[in-house]
Design a protein around this ligand. Structure first.
Ligand code: FE2
Ligand code: FE2
Length: 136
């Protein structure tokens, strides 16, 4: 069973963004799977680096939308993005320094909450606004 299951509860109602969230979920699930099956540190490191990079890309996509349509809560949302990026980059760096001790069930649970809390609490706040601007 994957660590994170996509359900409509995670949908923000905008297809392009849902697709990106699904991709992030897949990357976290892949990291979990690789950890559980005892994959090499090299592979774990690659997935982790990919997750950090794609997170940055996804956040930039949302922030471009905010700028384009004048989303009123963009500052607080961006502040959260910056915090989330700092967290995932720090975890990735810790892993790179000490691959043995870092990837664990606790870390995976952290990443699960790290992503799903942001989607459900913060991303969903822009749904109505962006849809009203015609974003799909
Ligand atoms: Fe998002
Ligand atoms: Fe966001």
């Amino acid at each position: 069973m994957p660590l994170i299951e996509w359900t409509v509860q995670l949908s923000v109602g905008i297809e392009s963004i849902d697709e990106q969230h699904k991709k992030l979920i897949n990357m976290i699930n892949a990291l979990n799977e690789a950890m559980l099956t005892g994959s090499s540190n090299e592979l774990l490191g690659k997935i982790f680096t990919g997750l950090a990079a794609y997170t940055q890309k996804h956040f930039a996509y949302e922030e471009n939308m905010f700028a384009e349509y004048g989303y009123p809560n963009s500052q607080e949302h961006k502040r959260q993005h910056n915090e989330l990026i700092a967290q995932v980059v720090e975890l990735k760096e810790k892993f790179m320094e000490n691959p043995q001790g870092t990837i664990s069930a606790d870390l995976m649970l952290f990443l699960k909450r790290w992503l799903t809390n942001h989607i459900m609490r913060t991303d969903k706040e822009y749904t109505e606004f962006l849809i009203s601007k015609g974003v799909k």
